[in-house]
Design a protein around this ligand. Structure first.
Ligand SMILES: [Zn+2]
Length: 465
């Protein structure tokens, strides 16, 4: 068997692993590279292998860094099935079409600016109609239901607790030498992140790929997070607004239910919350349709929200005009909007209006990559540039670290302790280079495992059958 690490190694975007055996060839994830100038080039150059010989694709979850190149894969000629969980398919419909819109816009911009001097139009990575065509290739399976993407492979998806529909892939491969169990963790959630169920434990594997996004860090506890959230909000609403940049899928819902918890316990007065992002609205509605996938406390909270609308007034703003009208509100509003790193989307308008006011608060709830507006705010900038205006930063800035959708170092190790024996071979993926190699050493030291590697992009490993 040969493993080709095509992306999502030594970094956290572009997840893609090509598995080749004597009998079959398949991909696990097909993610987009994001952030930085190289991303565009890397996405253009990705998927440079013989697509006609690809038998099927297995997808761990809907996040774009795991799914974002699927439409390109299909546009380049792949016609086979893409196996996903039922809820992942619902999210992909929203996310891949949205991603295609962005690709079309980016290509248009490039054609007008960057590539204009070379006098040639830049084609988008994929179009909206190509994204729709790709959605037709999805094959959905429920959690804990065995399926056979190939006569020699039995698979099932287990709940990974990361975002709605996220899955650990459990694959049993029959070879001449017997059966081999291949486990792909995908992204793993926190055991108690307050939103989803904890990741399912797996007890054995011959081959394991495990993520390491926060392999070098610890999150705060849910109680500490509630206390921080309360402190950041309670003094603000009387005279100002609270602005929360958040990723549309996962983070927005985690923030919403954390706020609901505070309102329900009476620690905060009745809240007026606006979700100002069309994609976040769709993701929230999908989440609220799948209460069975949420943690029992969250199911209970959701019931409370439905029964007590005056305690938590939740409004979705659809039209741009409605979004702009929010800028007239001087106090008492909590506005959750995207993008999560403040670089694009409607959040920029809300920051433009609320950052100069010392009575307002901005809550940072997620990782802010270098070079983004969110990162400049976290780093304490006194002035920032938004829409070509110099905006003074007078609002109170708070970083709430505990709402992450990823397990932290101890969370990952706890999941690995679920294995009764060390897997034959383990590969640490989906982490910045130093983080992944550090976590590899941690696994060896703390669990006593051998045969653990942290591969880099483009590397391939041949494993004996
Ligand atoms: Zn993810």
């Amino acid at each position: 068997m040969r493993l080709n690490f095509l992306g999502g190694v030594g970094e956290v975007t572009g997840s893609c692993t090509l598995v080749e055996t004597a009998e079959m060839r398949f991909l696990v994830d097909c993610g987009m590279f994001q952030g930085g100038h190289e991303a565009w080039t890397k996405n253009q150059a990705a998927l440079a292998f013989d697509l006609r010989r690809l038998d099927f694709v297995l997808l761990t979850h809907a996040h774009i860094d795991h799914s974002g190149l699927l439409p390109r894969l299909c546009a380049l000629g792949y016609r086979g099935p893409i196996h996903v969980t039922t809820t992942t398919a619902e999210l992909l419909e929203v996310m891949l079409t949205d991603s295609a819109h962005l690709q079309e816009k980016e290509a248009e911009w490039r054609s007008r600016h960057r590539d204009a001097r070379r006098q040639r139009p830049t084609p988008p990575l994929y179009t909206v109609s190509q994204a729709r065509a790709c959605l037709a290739q999805l094959r959905t399976v429920a959690y804990e239901t065995e399926f056979r993407p190939h006569p020699a492979l039995n698979c099932s998806f287990h709940d990974a607790g990361h975002i709605l529909g996220s899955a650990i892939i459990d694959a049993h491969l029959r070879t001449g030498a017997g059966t081999r169990r291949l486990v792909f963790s995908g992204d793993l959630g926190q055991a108690a992140n307050g939103l989803l169920l904890p990741p399912r434990h797996i007890d054995s594997a011959d081959l394991l790929l495990v993520e390491s996004t926060y392999g070098n860090r610890m999150h705060k506890t849910p109680e500490q997070t509630q206390t921080e959230l309360h402190a950041a909000i309670s003094g603000t609403l009387a005279n100002g607004n609270v602005i929360i940049p958040a990723f549309a899928v996962g983070r927005t819902q985690a923030v919403l239910y954390a706020l609901a918890g505070l309102a329900r316990s009476g620690r905060l007065p009745p809240l007026r919350i606006f979700i100002d992002s069309p994609m976040a609205e769709k993701a929230t509605l999908i989440t609220r349709r799948h209460l069975e996938l949420l943690a029992p406390e969250v199911r209970e909270l959701d019931r409370w929200m439905r029964g007590n609308p005056p305690e938590l007034q939740l409004r979705y703003t659809h039209e741009v005009e409605e979004s702009m009208a929010l800028n007239q509100i001087r106090a008492g509003a909590i506005i959750i909007s995207a993008s999560g790193m403040c670089d694009a989307g409607r959040i920029k308008h809300h920051l433009r209006w609320n950052l100069p006011r010392s009575s307002c608060a901005v809550l940072i709830t997620g990782f802010q990559a270098a070079g983004t507006l969110g990162r400049r705010l976290v780093d304490g900038a006194r002035n920032v540039r938004i829409f070509n205006d110099d905006i003074p930063v007078r609002a109170q800035l708070h970083t709430i670290g505990g709402l992450s959708a990823h397990a932290d170092r101890e969370g990952l190790l706890a999941w690995l302790r679920g294995f009764a024996h060390a897997p034959g071979r383990s590969f640490v993926v989906h982490g910045e280079r130093e983080t992944a190699s550090g976590f590899r050493d941690e696994i060896k030291r703390r669990l006593g495992w051998t045969g653990v590697e942290s591969p880099l992009q483009g590397e391939a490993y041949t494993l004996e059958a």
